[in-house]
Write a protein that binds this ligand. Structure first.
Ligand code: NAI
Ligand code: HPV
Length: 599
């Protein structure tokens, strides 16, 4: 057995155009460089490639207003059709004549658009961050690359957050409307001061960090909640990372900067509004869906929330009779976070470069969908790809809030020579598993290293080379996260790292180790991990609690170190058990700790 290792991700980046360019790869080169077994090399075509005939200029449809510098760049390469405010039907008609489409958040790029393109549409460029308006699955199915521009509007969004914060505190919008209506109401519009007040920044990513910096300059006391941000990055700018409950309970002002994910959807709801200080003020420049809008109206009416300032809404544009939008204590803007001249120029250039590069057959570092792997390789690696992603997902969910993920090690045990096992796809999938549950970023082979680097996550790889004939590509994959605390202490190995390991058995990815405990369960659905005193009757006890809740148990397995001492019970469940059921499991005297993990 031999071991070799390599380190892949370096220090946190400062992102510049030259970084982006240097990360671009040639699509045509990729298939040969991947882990194609020797006998397949040079035969398999890429599954996914932009192939545009260079005999005639390609046509790019720009469906929403784009900065001039970006337009000029597009025009130097292609025929550019700027058609704004197209109806869905008009877009579907035009698209069959276009090789690329550029949009912002206002155009729905639905499955019908891809179907109507008749296969000609090769690239969709989203001039901004969020791609919730693009049907990614349909794009991928139709072989269409989607690229975005994730960094150029960060400052604009942060500045808009500050604009809303200050305007809200001083009733600028309401007072402006009042004076224009012929009134002079100096007593009515007395505001509140910001200096010395506590601002909770929820989501300490690109935008949240910039908001925090600026609010410090206003003399505010800043706390932040982000379970995945490294505490030292926050400390470096004088911000304390705190728990969700502490953040919302201590804040005078709350500003939202997390992505819309299943975990953050309606995260501000009745239950959480009830925990806030009476008179709290809320700013949302992230996504409307992170607030339960009906609950916000109730909290405003009850005086729990004194004011809200909102740039984004669950449905955009919101209905004209929306109680929230028309509430007198609410200030609204029509999704203007990214709308500055400077940001739109930056975004336009960033997206134009990415689209032109893609049409030329290059890979953009900001591609959000691109399964660029030859079909033979994919077929062979498919269960390992799933295994790698699920191990990443498991590992990150085992991290306790507050301990930022920075150092990850992936170990591959294989009898294949390194030359015959390129691990880039597997590493990308581990990265995807680590990052996607905690962000709005879509991670794939193309952008995985870029995304990890951007987040300051250092991923190192190690190979353990087995003797013997390489029947299967891999024996096992292990993911370790160092320098973190775990929500499930037993997941910490002797070396003090969170450790999960898996194998593919009969084509099915299985979890085989948690910390130093051996387990053996297939990685599907959701998992409850439970450490208990090894004694008879435990399976029955837990099973009946779940049964009472009508939660379907797909499997149960018990692994132990020493009989009658400690065991790890792994329970697969189709549905998420209620908080009460999980509490009942935790209350069983023999249960020492447990954790629920969604795969
Ligand atoms: N209104 C507008 O025009 C604009 C809106 N946006 C939106 O702003 C949001 C933030 O964008 P970026 O800062 O660029 O993204 P980012 O990915 O850099 O930052 C998001 C942060 O949220 C954190 N996070 C994930 N789950 C969390 C949770 N449950 N609780 C607290 N934090 C959590 C992540 O760890 C990450 O640090 C996105 O939703 C984006 O779509 C961005 C630009 C313009
Ligand atoms: O970039 C984002 O996520 C935004 O929300 C900005 O959207 P826009 O490009 O202004 O339609």
């Amino acid at each position: 057995m031999a071991v070799s290792s390599s380190s892949l991700i370096l220090s946190p980046p400062s992102l510049t155009k030259s970084h982006l360019t240097s990360l671009s790869l040639s699509w045509k080169q990729l298939p040969r460089n991947l882990s194609l077994p020797r006998h397949h090399r040079r035969r398999a075509p890429p599954i996914f490639a932009v192939v545009v005939s260079m005999n005639s200029k390609p046509t790019i449809l720009v469906a929403e207003k784009l900065g001039d510098a970006g337009l000029d760049l597009l025009k130097s390469f292609a025929n550019v059709d700027c058609s704004y405010n197209l109806s869905p039907e008009e877009l579907c008609t035009k698209i069959s004549l276009c090789d690329a489409l550029i949009v912002r958040s206002g155009t729905k790029v639905s499955r019908e658009v891809f179907e109507s393109s008749g296969g000609r549409l090769k690239v969709v460029g989203r001039a901004g961050v969020g791609i919730d308006n693009v049907d990614l699955a349909a794009a991928t199915e139709h072989g269409c690359l989607v690229v975005n521009a994730p960094t150029a509007n960060t400052v604009a969004a942060a500045e808009h957050g500050i604009a809303l914060l200050t305007a809200m505190a001083r009733n600028v919008a309401q007072a402006d409307a009042s004076i224009k209506a012929g009134k002079w109401q100096r007593n009515k519009y007395v505001g509140v001061s910001l200096v010395g007040k506590t601002l909770a920044v929820m989501g300490f990513g690109k935008v949240g960090t910039e908001v925090a910096r600026r609010a410090k300059g206003l003399g505010m006391n800043i706390i932040a909640h982000d379970p995945y941000a490294p505490a030292d990055r926050a400390h470096a700018i004088g911000v304390d990372l705190v728990s969700f409950d502490e953040a919302i309970a201590t804040a005078d002002f709350i500003t939202l900067h997390m992505p819309l994910t299943p975990a953050t959807s309606k995260i501000l709801n009745d239950e959480n509004f009830a925990k806030m200080k009476k008179g709290v003020r809320i700013v949302n420049v992230a996504r409307g869906g992170v607030i339960d809008e009906d609950a916000l109206v109730r909290a405003l009416d009850a005086g729990i929330v004194a004011q809200a300032a909102l740039d984004v809404f669950t449905v955009e544009p919101p209905p004209k009779d929306s109680k929230l939008v028309n509430h007198e204590n609410v200030t609204v803007t029509p999704h203007l976070g990214a709308s500055t001249t400077e940001a739109q120029e930056g975004v336009a250039i960033e997206i134009a470069e990415a689209v032109v590069g893609a049409l030329r057959g290059e890979l953009a570092a900001t591609a959000v969908n691109a399964p660029m792997v030859p079909s033979e390789v994919l077929i062979e690696l498919k269960p390992y790809v799933t295994l790698a992603e699920k191990l990443g997902r498991l590992a990150v969910q085992l991290v306790a809030g507050g301990s930022g993920v920075k150092t990850v090690k992936v170990t591959y045990t294989s009898a294949r020579a390194p030359d015959d096992l390129d691990t880039r796809l597997l590493r990308a999938m581990v990265t995807k598993g680590l990052i996607e549950p905690i962000s709005s970023v879509f991670v794939n082979l193309v952008n995985a290293d870029f995304t990890a680097k951007q987040r300051g996550i250092r991923i190192s790889e190690e190979r353990v080379i087995l003797d013997g004939s390489p029947q299967k590509p891999l024996e096992a994959i292990r993911v370790q996260i160092a320098n973190v605390e775990s929500r499930f202490a037993s997941a910490i190995s002797e070396l003090g790292e969170i450790k999960v390991e898996g194998q593919v058995k009969d084509g099915i990815p299985r979890l085989t180790k948690v910390g130093d405990f051996g387990v053996d369960v297939s990685l599907e659905g959701n998992i409850i991990l439970c450490r208990q005193v090894d004694q008879p009757g435990m399976i029955g006890l837990v099973g009946s609690i779940l049964g009472e809740e009508n939660v379907n148990v797909s499997f149960m397995s018990v692994g132990r170190t020493v009989p009658r001492k400690q065991a790890i019970m792994t329970i697969g469940v189709d549905e998420k058990p209620s908080k009460e059921a999980l509490k009942k499991i935790g209350d069983i005297p023999a249960v020492e700790e447990f954790v629920f993990l969604a795969l």
